[in-house]
Design a protein around this ligand. Structure first.
Ligand code: GLY
Ligand code: GLY
Length: 377
């Protein structure tokens, strides 16, 4: 069943190679089912390259390898010219492109590129308040002291750079960001804030808030999914038991609130009506994160079973009812992703990160291939 879903996905990916050329899909808009393309100036380009690597690893077809490699010059030029890299998503961008090339083929030039990307990400470290600034320039009054939960997925690039070089500054930044996120973004009931503000000069905590959730105190489902996966990856690198506890709690919160078909709405705190938008990408990220978490637990651990079962239930529902398998000429793999519903941005559309994590989930289930967040054993 997973193999069939992967075959269906690869048909779309291979068609898209010619369609996208040297540009990168980001989101569709207004349900038009056409991917908007970027020239390499957003936070999303790595997902397409990551899908090409996954497709190549599954099939061995050089078509995907050639396409993946041809995207790398864009990532290289971008880093050299610092084009639109004043945000923390350097981790997403370079883990799934250059670092993936290193993981799949041990390519030395790509390894160096990923090292350089980690250095650029480190430029976002602010010693006071002691955080990696998510968005905007240094000392920006709105964003200067702000963290967001999505950042947990950018930290594996720093952990990996530490393993590679032995330079403590990468590890310390990743560890401090993880601890801060755990303390301030995770609430007492195991739900999460999307973002948290700190005072730029004193470092004092100010308040939690949201950017893409329905309101400051709500739980944005994709944020919760980033948290599940991000804390699981933090545990993989750091082996601190409290991180395992956190990712399990976040996963339980998510699993306990699944709608009937297991594909979440865009926020856990919005009324569920026939018009409420889903976020199939949050579902895909959570499924991949639960599989990662399960893979970190010893055989016989009581949580392994429900985590794998929940991930499979989500993946099966995505494959059966959300995938585009029966749509001729579809550009996306998943329908009904949402970027930022409250802000009116791509509320019921293709979103390329949803497609990436859907394919990663299928690859984990079918082949045990975990994506490109860490070195394989
Ligand atoms: N990391 C950006 C998002 O999830 O929309
Ligand atoms: N990643 C959130 C935004 O770009 O608005």
């Amino acid at each position: 069943m997973w193999a069939q879903a992967i075959e269906d996905a690869l048909r779309v990916v291979s068609r898209n190679i010619g369609r996208f050329g040297d540009r990168f899909p980001r989101t569709s808009t207004q349900g038009d089912r056409i991917y908007q393309l970027t020239d390499g100036s957003d936070w999303t380009e790595g997902f397409w390259t990551g899908m090409l690597w996954l497709s190549y690893e599954y099939s061995g077809d050089p078509l995907y390898r050639t396409a993946a490699i041809s995207t790398l010059s864009n990532f290289r030029r971008r880093l050299e010219s610092r084009l639109k890299l004043d945000h923390h998503d350097i981790g997403f961008l370079y883990s799934l492109s250059a670092k993936a090339h290193w993981i799949v083929e041990r390519d030395e030039a790509s390894r160096q590129l990923a090292h350089q990307a980690a250095d650029v990400l480190m430029e976002r470290w602010r010693e006071t308040p002691g955080l990696l600034q998510a968005w905007g320039p240094k000392d920006d009054p709105e964003n200067g002291g702000r963290i967001i939960i999505d950042c947990l997925m950018n930290l594996p690039l720093l952990h990996w750079a530490y393993q590679e070089t032995g330079r403590e500054r990468y590890r310390l930044a990743a560890e401090r960001q993880t601890a801060l996120s755990r303390r301030f973004l995770v609430r007492g009931d195991d739900s999460t804030y999307h973002t948290f503000y700190f005072d730029l000069t004193t470092g004092d905590s100010i308040r939690g808030g949201t950017h893409q959730g329905s309101r400051d105190g709500s739980t944005w489902t994709r944020g919760q999914a980033w948290g599940i996966y991000g804390f699981a990856l933090a545990y993989r690198y750091m082996r601190q038991p409290e991180l395992l506890d956190t990712t399990k709690r976040l996963a339980r919160y998510f699993a306990d609130r699944l709608p009937e078909d297991a594909v979440v709405y865009w926020d856990f705190d919005v009324p569920q009506t026939p018009e409420t938008k889903r976020d199939s990408s949050a579902a895909a990220i959570a499924a991949a994160g639960m599989l990662e978490l399960a893979s970190l637990l010893p055989e016989g651990d009581a949580d392994r079973k429900w985590l794998r079962k929940t991930a499979k239930t989500i993946a099966a529902s995505l494959a059966a009812a959300y995938s585009t398998k029966d749509e001729q000429d579809a550009q996306g793999l998943l329908n009904r992703g949402s970027y930022a519903v409250r802000l009116g941005i791509s509320p019921d559309d293709y979103v390329i990160w949803g497609d990436y994590f859907y394919l990663e989930t299928l690859m984990r289930l079918e082949r045990g291939v975990p994506g490109y967040w860490y070195e394989r054993q």
